[in-house]
Design a protein around this ligand. Sequence first.
Ligand SMILES: *Cc1c(COP(=O)(O)O)cnc(C)c1O
Length: 341
Amino acid sequence: MEKKNIDWSSLDFGYMKTDKRFVSNYKNGAWDEGVLTEDDQVVITECAGVLQYSQSCFEGLKAYTTQDGRTVCFRPDLNAARMKDSCERLEMPVFPEDRWVQAVVDLVKANEAWVPPYGSGATLYIRPYMFGSSAVIGVKPAEEYQFRMFCTPVGPYFKGGAKPITIRVSDVDRAAPRGTGHIKAGLNYAMSLYNIVDAHNKGFDENMYLDPATRTYVEETGGANFLFVTKDNTVVTPKSGSILPSITRRSLIYVAEKYLGLKVEERPVALAEVPDFAECGLCGTAAVISPVGKIVDHGKEICLPSGMEKMGPVTQQLYETLTGIQMGRLEAPEGWIKEIC
Ligand SMILES: *Cc1c(COP(=O)(O)O)cnc(C)c1O
């Protein structure tokens, strides 16, 4: 398979049109068989449910080349299951999970020339998404839906090393208790745009959201879960019903316990105890773990002992181990790596 002539390591996290995308339509109560098509345009009625009332959800995962030259992706069954949860919460029809994973395999195979080579640091980012496509004017679910998956090569998240970031404690809330914070709905991102632009304008990389009910517990950022490390090397991650269940975070917890022999606690984390932690990181598919060096709470600075130069030692170990598993340098737990070709 001849790869595209791309300078993989200088790619950004951006969109590039690749050869094929998967499209399936839901009509009269059933999904059609779906196709791989070159057509990247979506044509829907001006009154589509997604355009009026934001009935949409999405997923994000990666395919990449392992050290021994296989093309694989990481735990796509968990993305399929999470999208099922999102669809059920948004009154959208579920795309069957086995067909969902098969569509990922077919999509990546059809775009194999776009899968970055091992060692480039780049990956093929896959974006599955679903939206209400039929006309809706009174507030109710659409009757017809479109499910699509495209993929685009993205560059290494950390160019020239993972520099710790500075985040702020947000005055704006992300997700209400018993709301939609636990699902990957487009609406959760639409409402966060104002706050992330404001954070960037004020010199912060991200927002730390607190629990809206009491504003005393740490939830997550706009698109990544928190992992903390205590001074005696226990990994601590916030537990809350309004956090999006990150697949990266769940995988890192497993790695911490089973590969590194660390103690893990999943529990409510008070903002007041954050100054006691030794390390802090943000986890998600894009970066795996992005180290946090400083948290600013209304002028009061919490400086993590790991500093602003590099990842803390436990964060680094977690990062190396999970990326080692993904890239085929370390043995993966059963079922984590889906072979494509
Ligand atoms: C997608 C997402 C994450 C990260 O989840 P992964 O499965 O690890 O990519 C974390 N928080 C939010 C709000 C998200 O939307």
